[in-house]
Ligand binder design. Structure first.
Ligand code: SF4
Length: 478
């Protein structure tokens, strides 16, 4: 299913009305939040680790050209092949060509946001190649014909009931009440897919420049099967996933697992360095690393927003975001959601396609507080908002600025003149009457005030000013 235009205002409005979605989101994100908080409190130098991780990322991204070439050399020296993809189309064509050249009929995939970004499943389908997601959440989403709604928990928006019904309808099986039965059914189905697949496609959490190792972190074991059972392994990796040295991994694996799920370590951590060697008893015969740019170089060029590339996709910012927790991932309209989606989608897709997203934040900074690489979200969001405003035509900008300045001037004039203040207060009190609800709130005002009341109530104008009420109180006391 292809992504459409980002329509945050419309889609978030619909999502807010969905009570079931809200409940599912709050339940799961609460669990992730408390697990992450406990796990981080258990580490005495947690803040130092976050700062160290940020420094490594900063150094890597500042020297990305050097480290990318180092990675390419390392992968080739271990028998792997490296492909450079400048954009989504390029990446899909490279992967489909690898598949067609080797007569691949069936592909298994482990969870990868980069493959989601380039909509790889659609490209396999168009090429007549069967593709099956093997992460349980992704498998559910693929069966439902939807997109993931969370970076690490793709089916977070679905209840057990939804999934039981989906399995029952898709496979014509009884409605399973217990999650264990659903999991067992999926495991048996997926086992056959692994054994029959010609190609496995994965992403990577990290790519180590000095050794050419890609590291895949997961809890189900499906990524290990994807990268070892089929005869060809293709890893699609965004160029920002690099880390320079093997020894940096201990730092990143420590902060990633704790920030994501609150685990000390994920259940499976696979280190993949090239294809199977002669002495190995199993493993893929071919290993292909596809390095994806797709707009990342543009982000690299901006001093103000470059740190968006430090992200290690732990999902902690989503779990702590008061906006994401209300509206869920689909409202962000593309592969990435929550605070990281609000900053990365407009930069990868183009501001014109996702201009609403930098405004999908209250700037509370909760994301900044939990991010293991300390991305300064409020700073990046403000920069992107500035860019959105500057991208509007001059006449629109002048018109908006005129309205805003005039409004503020009128407000100042009224506030500085007691008689006018009292008169406007009285006038406001009577004018608001048709819009006033019983609980002293205004919840539906005409344009331009509707921009406010579409999202929240406005307090009604009181009948008396504070001074008038105060005078009454004093008289009562006296
Ligand atoms: S921005 Fe930070 S908190 Fe959010 S997913 Fe990336 S690393 Fe995790």
């Amino acid at each position: 299913m292809a992504y459409e235009q980002v329509r945050f205002e419309i889609d978030s409005e619909k999502a807010i009305q969905n009570k079931g979605l809200k409940k599912a989101l709050v339940n799961v994100t609460n669990r992730f939040r408390s697990a992450r908080n406990n796990a981080s409190h258990d580490v005495s130098n947690w803040e130092e680790l976050r700062s160290a991780a940020r420094e490594v990322k900063k150094e890597t991204i500042s020297n990305l050209d050097k480290y990318l070439l180092m990675l390419e050399d390392s992968v080739k020296s271990k028998g792997g092949r490296v492909h450079w993809a400048k954009d989504s189309k390029d990446a899909s064509e490279i992967i489909i060509k690898i598949a067609e050249d080797s007569n691949v009929k069936s592909v298994v995939k482990s969870k990868s946001m980069a493959t989601e970004e380039i909509e790889l499943n659609d490209k396999f389908n168009e090429a007549g190649i069967k593709v099956v997601e093997t992460d349980l959440g992704e498998y559910i989403i693929q069966l439902a014909g939807e997109h993931p709604s969370h970076i690490i928990a793709p089916a977070i928006h679905k209840t057990k009931d939804d999934i039981s019904r989906l399995f029952s309808d898709t496979f014509d099986i009884p409605y399973y009440d217990k999650p264990e039965d659903l999991t067992k059914f999926a495991r048996e189905k997926l086992r056959n897919e692994f054994l029959n697949a010609d190609m496995g496609v994965s992403g990577a959490n990290f790519a180590v420049a000095e050794t050419g190792t890609i590291v895949v972190v997961e809890n189900e074991g499906n990524a290990r099967m994807t990268t070892t059972v089929p005869r060809i392994h293709v890893a699609l990796v965004g160029i920002e996933k690099l880390i320079p040295r093997y020894e940096d991994l201990s730092l990143f694996l420590t902060v990633l697992a704790r920030s994501a799920t609150g685990q000390k370590s994920s259940t499976y951590v696979s280190f993949i360095t090239g294809p199977k060697r002669q002495s190995d008893i199993d493993g893929p015969e071919e290993f292909h690393l596809v390095l994806l740019d797709n707009g990342r170089s543009n982000i690299l060029a901006s001093d103000e927003t470059r740190e968006s590339l430090y992200c290690i996709r732990c999902g902690a910012c989503l779990n702590n975001c008061p906006v994401y927790r209300q509206v869920g991932g689909h409202s962000y309209g593309w592969a990435y959601s929550g605070p990281i989606g609000a900053i990365i989608n407009p930069q990868l897709l183009g501001l014109d396609k996702a201009s609403e997203l930098p405004f999908a934040s209250s700037l509370c900074g909760a994301c900044h507080d939990v991010c293991p690489v300390k991305i300064d979200f409020p700073k990046v969001l403000l920069e992107l908002r500035k860019n959105v405003v500057e991208s509007k035509s001059k006449s629109t900008r002048l018109g908006e600025a005129f309205l805003e300045k005039t409004g503020i001037k009128l407000w100042r004039f009224a506030m500085m003149n007691e008689r006018i203040y009292k008169t406007t207060n009285k006038l406001g009190y009577y004018l608001q009457k048709p819009f006033r609800s019983g609980d002293d709130k205004l919840n539906s005002l005409p344009y331009p005030f509707s921009r406010w009341t579409e999202q929240r109530d406005f307090p009604a104008v009181a009948k008396k000013t504070f001074r008038e009420s105060w005078a009454d109180i004093k008289q009562g006391i006296g």
